[in-house]
Design a protein around this ligand. Structure first.
Ligand SMILES: Nc1nc2c(c(=O)[nH]1)N=C([C@H](O)[C@@H](O)CO)CN2
Length: 119
């Protein structure tokens, strides 16, 4: 099993449980590990055989622009399920963090791992 990873992806979105968090976009940091079952791309050198990480980033940006979650947990779950279903990955690890949201804490967040039902 090969892994596509994406670390320290920062983007703005509306997220949070407080009323102000429904109005003011916040920067979140996303880290992903996405399993990819075939290593065909390693031999073929063809993007058609790879999981195109540019498409993953485009899809996540689309989610962040169009959805508003209260909890980091719910955003992480939505990203995980999107990747499992739309990119045919059997396993994904998703971390989502807020930066400097609580005094004295540089970064806090959630990390989840999910498997597809098919795997
Ligand atoms: N487990 C969680 N706890 C909290 C969350 C969250 O998403 N998951 N969110 C908040 C607020 O929105 C926070 O960002 C501001 O203090 C609080 N706790």
């Amino acid at each position: 099993m090969d892994i596509i990873f994406l670390h320290d992806f920062k983007a703005k979105t509306l997220i949070g449980i407080y009323p102000w968090e429904r109005i003011v976009p916040q920067t979140i940091q996303i880290d992903l590990e996405i399993a990819f079952p075939t290593s065909r791309a390693c031999q073929s050198d063809n993007i058609k055989d790879a999981l195109d990480y540019a498409l993953v980033i485009e899809r996540i940006n689309n989610i962040l622009s169009n959805k508003h979650f209260s909890l980091l947990e719910a955003l992480a779950e939505h990203i995980a399920q999107t990747i499992l279903q739309e990119f045919q990955s059997p396993w994904v690890k998703v971390s989502v963090a807020k930066l400097g949201i609580i005094t004295g804490v540089k970064k806090l967040g959630v990390r989840i791992e999910r498997r597809s039902d098919a795997s």
